[in-house]
Design a protein around this ligand. Sequence first.
Ligand code: NAD
Ligand code: UDP
Length: 332
Amino acid sequence: MTSMTNLIRKRVLVTGGAGFLGSHLCERLLKEGNDVICLDNYFTGTKQNINHLRDDPHFELMRHDVTFPLYIEVDEIYNLACPASPVHYQHDPVQTTKTSVHGAINMLGLAKRVGAKIFQASTSEVYGDPHVHPQREEYWGNVNPIGIRSCYDEGKRCAETLFFDYHRQHDLRIKVGRIFNTYGPRMHPNDGRVVSNFIMQALTGQDITLYGDGGQTRSFCYCDDLIEAFVRIMNTGDHFTGPVNIGNPNEFTIKQLAEKVIELTGSKSKLIYKPLPSDDPMQRKPDISLAKQELDWEPTIQLEEGLGKTIAYFDGLLKAGDKSVADIQRAA
Ligand code: NAD
Ligand code: UDP
């Protein structure tokens, strides 16, 4: 006989599920009693991120590239597949655009075929180097269409277009979340993003690399807060599509972040300055009024607490002699 649990158990697909955010999301969805299919091509994600979930009978791992079509039965799709760090998405920019655009087409096609609800992990990068501060969802952005960040920014913008056209044209139930800089355990130590770079540099006694004068700002959200927002967005009624900003509105300069990391690690690392990469946005801060109103959501973990947990994670990797950090240790 089928149990009640089986009757209400949803089958949820997480693309990019072996990545930083995807692995936390899989964990959360399993805890809520769902069947979770974690899809990944392991470009930036690792099996290590989801190893602890593999014995769960409700967890399934699938090696697949979202730029190719997929035929499976699911109730909900969280589309996270895409490298998020500038270093990684600029490594093969053509593939990055394909992942966002072909990936969106394939996952939207799947959602249409099986009648699934679908969430898109969009980004604050759709605002580019913004002239409006803080950024509200109504702002259309200031994005260079031909620069080195465009493969990511324009890919994500085009994915949003596709989501809204599938909604208008095919009545698809869509949810679009615009994620601002998020950090936490399971970021790859070689990821290249600022939080992982600074913590790894501080823990290994290397110089802390500030790009530009370090005066550019970002607003950093801890991963647990963000995952809570993902789930709340998916659970909104069909009237709600987003786009909705999700992130922590507390804004810091990159130099302030470096100083905070030095203070919390007790490191002797020095600050050094390197050229600012082109099109690097000068300021970034979400207006989260819409998320507060529609999701009753706001971040609960502030920078110092979140950095503490993240530092403990990277410190653990270093102490365990994790292979992924061996190169960094050798360079120190
Ligand atoms: P991540 O790089 O850790 O995760 C991305 C995952 O997608 C990886 O596991 C990678 O292997 C997988 N992937 C990449 N290309 C793929 C493909 N073609 N087919 C299948 N899998 C593929 O990055 P993250 O920080 O976890 O980001 C997850 C999502 O959230 C991304 O879509 C990213 O654009 C978005 N996002 C993240 C942030 C952030 O600050 N973390 C900010 C804005 C948006
Ligand atoms: N940054 C830095 N040093 C680093 C890595 C990044 O100063 O070692 C800066 C980068 O130039 C940017 C900010 O930190 O201004 C955030 O960079 P990240 O790559 O984390 O994300 P994004 O630029 O996509 O917000």
